[in-house]
Each structure stands twice: as C-alpha cells, then as structure tokens.
Design a protein around this ligand. Structure first.
Ligand code: HSC
Ligand code: NAD
Length: 696
C-alpha cells in the first residue's frame, strides 16, 4: 500500500488513515490505498469494523482539483471504486471526521455505513465554487439523507455545515466529544456490539419536495447564479434524486458532471481557485520570511475608506485607534461605522453582542500621541500628495521604530511618500477597495525600498483580515485601476462612435460583469474623476480643455446615484438605472457639433474592445513586472472589479479565446484608432509563439 494511506489495527478495529498533505485530497493512489485498507480489514478475521480518518489538519478535502485540469493517465482506481468497496464491505465502515469533509471527502464519508466527527468538524459540497458538482454520487445520497429541500441549497451554495447542524440533518450519526480516535474506535465497537445493520444510503428514498419547490428555488438563485452553469446542473441532479432510482440518478449525475467538467467555466473557476492561493507566494520572499505580529492598528482618516478599513481590523479582534482632524469628522466617521454594523445586525448576519465587541475595539482620537505604539498605521486621508507627505513626516517622527507605515492612496506614488520618511523600508501601500469592509481585494503595493519582512507581514495580515492580498508594483493606478482606465476609455469612445451607455452596459453585463462601466461610474460618483480632470487641466496647460460628455454631465449637477442622475436617471431611493433621453440627446448633439458620424456598434465589438483593452494593458503590466503573474491580475479582477468568476479574469479569458485572435483584433484596432491600442510586446511575442499568459 502506498504511504498516502496507512492501515493499522486497534484491537478489533482496523484503522485506515489517509495521509496526503496538505488537505488529504483524493489524488491518484489514495483511492487504491483506501481500498487496500478495506481489503486488509475485511480479510482479517480479528477485525470486526473499519474506521476511516484523515491525518493532519482534516479528513478529506475532496478530489484533487489539479487532476481535473491535468488528468492523470487512466487506469488507476477511482473514487467510484472506493464507494463500491465500502458499500460491499461485509463489516461496518465508519468515517471519523475532523477538520473538513468536503466534496469527494464528504461523498466518501456518505458511502460509509456510519459517520462520526469532532464538534469542530465541517461538512460541505463546495464543488459548485469550482464550476462542477458533487459527481461521486453526492447529489444522489445527500437528498436521501436530509431531503431534497435541505440538500439542494447546500449543494448550490457550497456552504460549509458545522458539526451540530450536520448532526441535525442526519449527515453524521454522532459528535465525538474529546479525542477523535478514541471516540471513533469506541463508536465502532458499539456498532459491532449492537449488531447495527450496514446502512446503505443508496437504498433509501429521497423525500419528494413540496410542489413548485424546484421552480421557486431556481427563481431564488436567479440573481446570484446569473451566467453560471453548475448551479443549474445541480438542480437537475436533485430532480433526478427524487424521480429516479439510485443507479439511474447516478448515471444522470455523471452525465451532468461531464457537462460541467468540459465547460470553460470549470476551467475558469479552478484556475481562480489556484490563483487565489498562488497570489500570496512571492518568488523572492520565501515562506519562512520572518513576519511581525500585528496586535494593534491605527487608521488615519475616518472617511469612506478609513471607516471600512477600521472595520476589517476590529472584525478579527485587532484593536484600532482611529485619528481624525476634527471631533466632528471623528464623530461622523464613527457614526457611519455604527450604522454599518447595525444594518448587518438587522439583517441577522451579526449579533448585537458581536457588534458591541467590534465597536468597543475602536478608540477615537485627535492626537498622534495615541497612535505611536500601533504595530501598523494605515493612512486614508485626502488624496493629495502634500497632505500625505505631511502626514508621513509626522508618522515618521512619532511611530515606534518597528511600526509598519501603510498608505491607502489610489493614485499617488508610494515611493515618493516613503522617501519623506527616514524609514522608507517600513512604508508600503495597502490599496483597499470601496466599500473597504466588503470588497475582498487588497492590492499590496511594494515600494522600491519596502523591506521583505514588511511585505510578508502585510500579505499575511491581508489574509488575517479575510482579504485576498495581491502584490503589485508602483505605477499609475497600480494594476486594477490602471487597466480599468483603458477599459473605461473604450466604453466612452464607443459612446462617441455610436453606442449609448445602456448598450455598452448591457453588452458588458451580459458578458457577466456585475455592472457596466456607466452604471459603475454612477455608483462610484462621477464628480470624483471630474475633479481630478479639472485639477490636472489646471496644473497642466497642455491638456486640451474641450469638456467631454462626462464633464458636461457633471456640470449639469449629475454626479450619479447620489444626485439621482448621472449617465442614467434614478427614481428617488432606487439604484435601478433608467436610460435617460436627455443624455441620449446630449450625446447626439455633442457628436453632431464635432461632426462625428455615429454608427451601429454590435454587442460583440463592445465586449471585445472593453475586455481586450484590459488584456493589452494587463500584458504591459506583466512585462513591466508590476504584477507577478497573469493569474494575479485575474484574481484582482475577480475580487475587486466584479469580473465573472467563471471566466477567472481577463487574462485567462484571453488565453481561452486564443492570444493569436486577441492580438489580431488589437492590431486591427491599432491601425484604426492609433497609439492607444499599441499592442503590448509581450502579447505579440506570446501570440507569435502560440503560447498563453498562463505559460509564463
Ligand atoms: C470534488 O471533490 C469533486 C467530487 O465531487 C468528486 C467528483 C468525481 C470525479 C469523477 C471523475 C470522472 N485539490 O485553501 P488552502 C491545496 S472537487 C488540490 O490555502 P485552508 C491548495 O491549493 C473538490 N489541492 O488552506 C493549497 O495549496 P498550496 C471539492 C487542494 O486551510 C493547500 O491545499 N473540494 C485542494 O485555508 C492549502 O489550501 C473543494 O473544493 C484540492 N481539493 O483551506 C475544497 N484543496 O499550499 C477546496 C486545497 O500549494 N479546498 N488544496 O497553495 C478548500 O476549500 C480549502 O483548501 C480548505 C482548506 C477548506 C480545504
Ligand atoms: P474621504 O474624503 O471620504 O475621507 C478622508 C478623511 O481623511 C476625511 O474624513 C478627512 O477629515 C480625513 N483627513 C484629511 N486629512 C487628514 C489628516 N491630515 N489627518 C487625519 N485625517 C485627515 O476620502 P476616502 O474616499 O476615504 O479616501 C481616502 C484615501 O483612500 C485616499 O487616498 C483615496 O484615494 C483612497 N481610496 C479611496 C477609494 C474610494 O473609492 N473612495 C478607494 C481606494 C482608495
């Protein structure tokens, strides 16, 4: 037996231990190892029952996802063989779970005759999150255990079920208090002593749901599952579980699993799964780089971002001292934080006690003396270089030497900020996204002098505060916003050429983004960019002062949702954008005045130009080393910009379209529109060599 799985005897109980770190995935060799263990137990007359457990941090986290992307050569034993082997075993097989029993891991447990686990164990079918479905009979067994009405939401959300709930649902038979092995062996002995039957879930019937259940369920997920394939395939499996005998249901499940597995969506989601883990690995900063303990934080500025950043820290128990310029600004900021928490309490996602605990960790102050001992300070004051420099000089003067000095700037040069201090090696960018307490993305900006230990600490801190941290370099807009500028420019350009904002937004929305660029502008506030453009124009005489349509919209007092009008109009209190004939008129007049001949622009052209603009800039960013890998860019877009997760991100999307095609299109745009479409040399190079970004 391979040492991925071990078998040993504990009195009359045979113990199979899966030992495939880090998560005991069911990689090649593991199924065979488990079957060898069952065989050893079954043929040994001194063994009365078999217990299956995982070594290390958990039971079994599922199939090895790598093997879906790069299938191993056929021939080795599969998970299906294991399931049959358990069910045909003449002696009781009992799963003993700690940590996670997920996906194929839970399916393995469900094919055992009995299941027990620790009070901390969690159970779930997260396959949907990687674009597939529980394809080893899970969709047929779970509804037979807890009824399809309870099983379906679990499979479609991928939610992790804590032990107590799993017991209530019948997923497990017993919670073991105390040491798992001892408890599981005793449970196995009890099953033998009581001569309990060898329960086979396959022989049971899935209780039919109430009439209309499937239709209502489908409606209930319509918004969240828009564009996704797997949730709907799971619904089909659940229908099969109630309509068909087990074997037929399993056949249907296999077919639907195949549909998911061969789709681009599962490839996108699986790549993103690995991308979100790879992004914390930095080639020149090894895993064992020492990190600093962050036990306290300070936040400067209690505005839109400062408030959200503060919530991130206190949510995980890190106390924050928040500093403002005036008592009034401080009170206003804290009031917004309280309101945000109160809303979450109202929605039932947080208890009043949890809210009180979080708020009690915030100490407001107007004095720098009160923050001097914080382990990290995150500056989120106005976006103005002079102000930032002044603030960093002050921080340099008062913060303890080991403190990390972070700036949340979105456009300013982190090196320039760092260089006003005597300790630029301690300065780093932490670019949060708005709303900072909600958005998962954190761009960690590496300054040219930032110390490795500081980077390692902030990357780790990002994970602690439940963000997805991605390391980026210092450049205008860093990675996400720098690419977004190209995308927005195309969107605007197409409005000048003939499309209307709603046409562009619809094409992009149908492609899968959470919203189109114009709706997004209205949400973020059009005045922000307008003020920046005006400031830049005032500072720089070279910038032509022909106000664009976006400027004219702002001059009309239309700043977006906050004024109930922007590119769209809004009913008071509503966030639903309504196309506005006034804007259409404005666009047409604008074009007429400049003798721009408008034309019909199709959806595909809109999507291509918006997305390829991201891709081309992404390629330049990669070439300059501002992002470490293409998958990091995808992680940024999936977590910060509402890019559809099932496409992973713009770079993998381009890989899937084929870089030769993308490059040809960009070359064509370059000829037609000029330098803005200058193809990235890296893109050209890869396209000519028939390679992909993911080959880099
Ligand atoms: C499945 O099970 C399909 C079944 O229905 C069977 C279908 C039948 C097939 C039929 C074929 C014809 N595989 O997240 P972490 C790695 S699908 C490979 O940082 P945590 C991960 O990449 C699977 N690798 O740790 C990372 O590697 P690194 C269903 C996996 O403590 C390391 O482990 N199961 C892996 O924060 C640590 O991961 C899931 O989707 C896997 N399954 O969280 C579970 N799982 O160190 C996915 C992890 O090199 N996993 N790795 O970066 C998770 O949700 C989380 O990893 C855990 C641990 C909650 C397990
Ligand atoms: P904001 O205007 O809402 O808040 C800034 C706060 O800083 C104000 O409350 C102000 O009173 C306070 N402040 C100003 N100078 C100060 C000083 N010297 N000391 C202490 N407090 C001071 O601005 P915001 O939107 O929260 O942006 C803050 C920073 O975050 C900026 O650098 C911005 O570019 C960046 N950022 C903003 C967003 C966004 O979407 N709003 C996204 C990412 C990054």
């Amino acid at each position: 037996m391979a040492n991925l799985v071990n078998f040993e005897k504990h009195g009359s109980i045979g113990l199979i231990t899966v030992d495939n770190p880090p998560v005991n995935a069911l990689s090649v060799g593991v199924p065979q190892g488990i079957m060898d263990g069952v065989n050893a137990g079954e043929t040994d007359s001194g063994i009365a029952a078999i217990v299956l457990r995982g070594a290390g941090r958990g039971f079994i986290a599922g199939a090895d996802i790598n093997e879906f992307l790069n299938p191993p050569p056929p021939g080795s034993a599969s998970l299906f063989d294991v399931l049959n082997c358990f069910e045909n075993c003449k002696k009781p097989v009992i799963a003993a779970v700690h940590g996670n029993a997920l996906g194929g891991g839970l399916e393995t447990a469900l094919a055992c005759h009995y299941r027990c686990g620790t009070a901390e164990a969690v159970y779930g079918f997260p396959e949907v999150l990687i674009g597939i479905l529980p394809g080893a009979q899970g969709t047929q067994r779970l509804p037979r255990i807890c009824g399809v009405e309870k099983a379906l939401p679990l499979m479609v959300s991928g939610e992790f079920v804590p032990a107590k709930n799993a017991l209530a649902l019948g997923i497990i038979d017993k919670i073991i208090d105390g040491e798992l092995l001892e408890g599981a062996l005793a449970f196995a002995e009890q099953i033998v002593a009581e001569r309990r039957p060898l329960r086979k879930i396959r022989d049971e019937t899935a209780v039919a749901p109430a009439e209309g259940f499937f239709e209502d369920f489908e409606k209930s997920i319509a918004k969240r599952a828009r564009g996704y394939l797997a949730p709907y395939k799971i619904i089909e499996c659940a229908r099969a579980a109630v309509a068909l005998p087990f074997e037929k249901g399993v056949e249907r499940e296999r077919e639907l699993f195949g549909d998911c597995l061969k789709s681009d969506q599962s490839k996108g989601l699986m790549n993103l799964f690995f991308g979100e883990r790879t992004c914390t690995k930095i080639p020149d900063i090894p895993r064992d780089t020492p990190t600093q303990k962050i036990a306290s934080a300070a936040v400067l500025g209690a505005g839109t971002m400062g408030g959200g950043i503060t919530m991130n820290f206190v949510n995980v128990g890190i106390p924050v001292t928040i500093l403002e310029m005036s008592q009034e600004a401080l009170d206003r900021g804290l009031e917004i934080i309280r309101k945000n928490y109160a809303n979450t309490v109202k929605k039932g996602r947080l208890s009043q006690e949890q809210m009180d605990a979080c708020v009690s960790l915030i100490t407001p102050t107007l004095s720098y003396d009160d923050i001097a001992n914080a382990d990290i300070v995150v500056e989120a004051v106005f976006e103005d270089m002079d102000i930032k420099k002044e603030v960093f000089r002050k921080l340099d003067g008062i913060m303890k030497p080991a403190a990390i000095l972070a700036t949340n700037t979105s456009t300013l040069n982190v090196n320039e900020i760092a260089n006003v201090t005597q300790r630029p090696e301690m300065v780093i960018g932490t670019h949060f996204f708005s709303p900072a307490n909600v958005m998962k993305l954190l761009e960690v900006v590496r300054g040219e002098r930032t110390k490795k230990e500081v980077i390692a600490t902030v990357m780790q801190l990002g994970k602690t505060i439940k963000k997805v941290p991605v390391l980026v370099g210092v450049c205008d807009g860093f990675v996400g916003n720098r690419m977004l500028a190209r995308y927005s420019k195309q969107a605007y350009q197409m409005v000048l050429e003939g499309a209307l904002p709603q046409d562009v937004d619809k094409a992009v929305f149908d492609f899968g983004l959470a919203m189109g660029p114009f709706a997004m502008g209205d949400l973020a506030g059009l005045d922000v960019g307008w003020r920046i453009r005006k400031r830049r124009a005032a500072e720089n005489a070279d910038i032509e002062d022909d106000a664009g349509i976006d400027d004219q919209i702002c001059e009309m007092g239309r700043y977006g949702q906050k004024t109930n009008a922007g590119w769209y109009k809004y009913e008071p209190g509503s966030r639903v954008p309504i196309p506005d004939p006034e804007i259409e008129r404005l666009i047409i007049e604008y074009c007429e005045e400049r003798q721009i001949r408008r034309r019909q622009i199709g959806h595909q052209e809109i999507v291509d130009r918006c997305i390829y603009a991201l891709v081309n800039e992404g390629a330049k960013i990669l070439e300059e080393g501002m992002a470490l890998r293409a998958s990091d860019i995808d992680v940024i877009y999936a977590n910060g910009y509402g890019f559809p997760r099932y496409r992973a991100g713009p770079m993998l999307y381009a890989d899937m379209v084929g870089l030769d095609k993308v490059y040809d299109a960009i070359r064509g745009y370059h000829e037609q529109y000029g330098d803005i479409w200058e193809p990235a040399p890296l893109l050209r190079h890869l396209a000519e060599q028939g390679k992909k970004f993911s080959d880099l």
